[in-house]
Design a protein around this ligand. Structure first.
Ligand SMILES: *[C@@H]1O[C@H](CO)[C@@H](O)[C@H](O)[C@H]1NC(C)=O
Ligand SMILES: *[C@@H]1O[C@H](CO)[C@@H](O)[C@H](O)[C@H]1NC(C)=O
Ligand SMILES: *[C@@H]1O[C@H](CO)[C@@H](O)[C@H](O)[C@H]1NC(C)=O
Ligand SMILES: *[C@@H]1O[C@H](CO)[C@@H](O)[C@H](O)[C@H]1NC(C)=O
Ligand SMILES: *[C@@H]1O[C@H](CO)[C@@H](O)[C@H](O)[C@H]1NC(C)=O
Ligand SMILES: *[C@@H]1O[C@H](CO)[C@@H](O)[C@H](O)[C@H]1NC(C)=O
Ligand SMILES: *[C@@H]1O[C@H](CO)[C@@H](O)[C@H](O)[C@H]1NC(C)=O
Ligand SMILES: *[C@@H]1O[C@H](CO)[C@@H](O)[C@H](O)[C@H]1NC(C)=O
Length: 661
């Protein structure tokens, strides 16, 4: 009441300051007691008194702090991380962080900085990360150089910087990340790059700057972790400029389609004289792609050609013979053989995801890729009436196969015989037609993860999962069992090593008590989104310590004899069930309240019956299940009549006995 009254009085006097006082009443939210607080967007003009002195991580964005001084945060001496995004900061005064020896990250993103004192960042023993994104900086001279000896990352994106020339005194020796995204840098000189020579393992980002020139030799003998020149259209400029440099990864992708002149062999000349492990060229066009285009890629191990408008790769490509990873996502192949896989025989990872056209797998198109371990063919409109032995011929070392989100595939028995070392097989969202009585997955001795969700499979076939001795993770979400029930004999009997089983949205109405008896190692069972009643819990009676999800089923009453089955599990989700909150369920409700720590989603674990309690949280229900007054009256009358009857019969019996003596 008091703050409201004072607010009212103040509002009459100075209506502007009223808002400040009320806003102090708004609470910062606590993420971790005494340590992590979020005070975002509370219109605060100072650090609220409610924040403990021990605060270490403070999110303070979207407040109002036009000037920062040594007093602004002086109370919070334990600060490690301070986010001041968009606080309308203009001035950062001397020694603003002098009482924060542990501070390692300051985020000043989105503040219209006018002035930062030379000693404004003094104080922290080891300031590591400084974010000055969108602060209106146009020259690196603006950044105070004092106390940045330990700086590891400096983010300067979306400013007006045109030259990356750091002052000589700028300590660059520990820099790992230097981010100049979306500035106005058009030219890189030798001198500019030389200042960075002390930084080893630097990731340098020029994404979204239209670089038009690099002084010859600027990158001579320089070594980088990564270089990003994304959005540059004339790659000759970049690759010539990078001659004689070494970098782990080089990002040259583009975003917009606009006047891309097309990549030519000549543009890549510079690559012959530099050392790069991984190159990304996403969204460029190639003009005149030929077998010599990649001539200078001999040292490259990873090549990303996502969305480069390819409909084929020429045969006999030079330069890619030691390539390990190739990404060909979102291209326009009609047939898998059009990638001419023989050009990159060392490949271990191949991604052809989201192909724009319907992809025909052909026959043996990848057979030269003997070392292939990972193959992603998801979202590629693949259809095959008899998959996959012919198509995946000779992929002896394949461990990961993703065929999810494709068109119908027909599977015969032992459909993956050509890939005997598969460990993960993802067929989710691909309609499967199993044409054989035996298992299509037979003999995948190493298979650990099988995703068959949304495959429209008839999972009543008991042999479907035969021959998978090491399967640990099985997802059968959104498939259906005959008669909406898992019978005693079922496909799970052959996969005793299972640890994670997902049977959500399988339209199940019942589970036989013995249905899971061969599954002894389970740790996670998801039966959510079915129509199971309370007694289906009986099927889990032999399992202990599992995570059990029974959310969104038809459970109303849980009989007392099943409570021990629930007691022995570790986490249970019973949310969104039509739970009965009458005396017929009193045992369960009492037990539930004593075991709340076992339940997740208790906010949504509510009563459906009786109507007067509908929507009430189960944990809030108070039931008294004694006998009511009316009941008591009838009981008394009943006992009274019974006594009279008894007396009469005894009398009668005695009389009868005496008459017969
Ligand atoms: C937070 O600080 C208060 C007061 O210093 C202390 O009583 C409490 O135990 C602390 N809580 C945690 C989780 O450290
Ligand atoms: C802030 O700086 C002023 C002088 O610039 C000094 O007098 C004052 O003691 C400092 N305050 C704190 C909290 O250190
Ligand atoms: C270089 O940086 C990358 C990521 O920035 C890191 O993973 C790698 O370990 C670093 N290498 C060395 C030698 O410091
Ligand atoms: C690309 O840059 C090179 C110089 O590195 C220049 O010779 C060439 O003409 C440029 N190409 C186009 C299309 O502007
Ligand atoms: C860079 O040039 C020097 C000599 O100018 C040469 O010794 C070195 O091998 C070259 N490095 C690369 C990566 O080409
Ligand atoms: C398979 O691909 C789909 C779609 O690209 C993706 O969502 C899924 O995570 C992938 N599966 C695995 C196991 O990585
Ligand atoms: C299939 O299941 C695996 C394992 O849970 C998961 O990593 C993958 O993302 C799933 N695939 C799809 C398409 O969701
Ligand atoms: C309980 O399970 C449902 C269905 O899987 C899920 O949506 C919900 O997030 C779970 N609750 C919690 C607290 O994890």
């Amino acid at each position: 009441m008091a703050p409201r009254v004072s607010c009212f009085l103040l509002a009459v006097l100075f209506s502007a300051s009223c808002r400040v006082i009320t806003s102090l009443d708004w609470m910062c939210s606590e993420k971790e007691a005494n340590k992590t607080y979020n005070c975002e967007n509370l219109d605060l003009r100072e650090i609220p008194d409610t924040l403990p002195d021990t605060t270490e991580f403070l999110e303070f964005s979207f407040n109002f702090l036009p000037t920062i001084q040594n007093t602004t945060f002086s109370r919070l001496t334990n600060l490690i991380f301070l986010d001041l995004t968009r606080c309308q900061i203009n001035w950062v005064h001397e020694d603003s962080f002098q009482s924060h020896p542990q501070l390692d990250t300051i985020v000043l993103t989105g503040n219209p900085l006018i002035f930062m004192a030379e000693t404004s960042l003094n104080g922290p023993k080891s300031l590591k990360h400084l974010f000055l994104i969108q602060t209106g900086i146009s020259s690196l001279d603006f950044i105070p150089t004092h106390n940045l000896e330990n700086l590891e990352s400096l983010y300067l994106g979306s400013n007006h910087i045109s030259s990356i020339k750091f002052p000589e005194s700028f300590p660059t020796q520990n820099l790992k990340v230097l981010d100049f995204q979306n500035n106005a840098i058009h030219y890189l000189s030798r001198e500019d790059i030389n200042v960075l020579k002390q930084a080893t393992n630097l990731s340098l980002n020029f994404n979204g700057n239209d670089i038009k020139g690099i002084e010859p030799g600027a990158f001579h003998s320089k070594v980088f972790q990564s270089l990003n020149f994304g959005g540059t259209l004339n790659l000759s400029v970049i690759l010539n400029g990078l001659r004689n440099s070494t970098t782990q990864s080089l990002w040259l992708g583009t975003y917009q389609e606009l006047d891309d002149q097309g990549l030519t062999s000549a543009m890549f000349e510079g690559l012959c004289e530099m050392s790069v492990e991984s190159i990304n060229l996403q969204q460029h066009h190639f003009s005149g792609l030929s077998s010599t285009t990649f001539r200078c890629f001999t040292g490259v191990q990873e090549l990303d050609l996502t969305a480069t408008h390819l409909d084929r790769l020429p045969s006999g490509i030079e330069g890619l013979s030691s390539l390990k990873k190739l990404v060909l996502n979102v291209n326009h192949f009609d047939q898998l053989c059009q990638i001419n896989a023989a050009s990159f025989p060392s490949l271990t990872d191949l991604y052809i995801k989201g192909n724009v056209r319907k992809l025909d797998l052909g026959a043996g198109c990848l057979e030269k890729l003997e070392n292939l371990q990972k193959l992603d063919l998801s979202h590629s409109d693949i259809e095959a009436s008899d998959c996959c032995n012919l198509q995946l011929k000779n992929l002896r070392h394949l461990q990961y196969l993703n065929l999810s989100h494709n068109e119908p595939l027909g599977l015969q028995s032992q459909a993956f015989k050509e890939c005997p070392r598969l460990e993960l097989l993802d067929l989710a969202f691909t309609h499967l037609r199993v044409n054989a009585p035996q298992s299509p997955f037979q003999n995948l001795h190493f298979l650990q993860v099988l995703n068959l969700s949304h495959c429209l499979l008839d999972i009543s076939n008991q042999h479907l999962l035969a021959g998978l001795p090491n399967l640990r993770h099985l997802n059968l979400q959104s498939n259906s069992f005959q008669e909406r029930s898992i019978p005693e004999t079922n496909l799970l009997q052959t996969v005793g090593s299972l640890e994670i089983l997902i049977l959500s949205s399988c339209d199940l109405h019942s589970i036989d008590q013995q249905a899971f008896h061969s599954l002894g190692k389970m740790s996670h069972v998801d039966l959510s989104h079915n129509s199971l009643p309370g007694n289906s819990i009986d099927a889990l009676s032999h399992l202990k310590g599992i995570y059990l999800n029974l959310a969104t089923n038809r459970i109303s009453v849980i009989p007392p004899h099943l409570l021990p089955v629930l007691s022995q599990q570790s986490i249970i989700n019973l949310s969104h069930n039509p739970l009965d909150c009458t005396c017929s369920n009193i045992h369960f409700i009492t037990w539930y309240k004593e075991n709340l720590h076992k339940f997740e989603g208790s906010e949504e674990t509510t009563c459906a019956n009786p109507p007067s309690l509908r929507g009430v949280k189960l944990s809030d229900v108070e039931l008294s299940c004694g006998i009511t007054a009316v009941g008591m009256f009838f009981l008394v009358v009943f006992l009274f009549l019974l006594t009279i009857l008894l007396i009469f019969s005894v009398k009668h019996l005695l009389r009868w006995k005496y008459q017969h003596i």
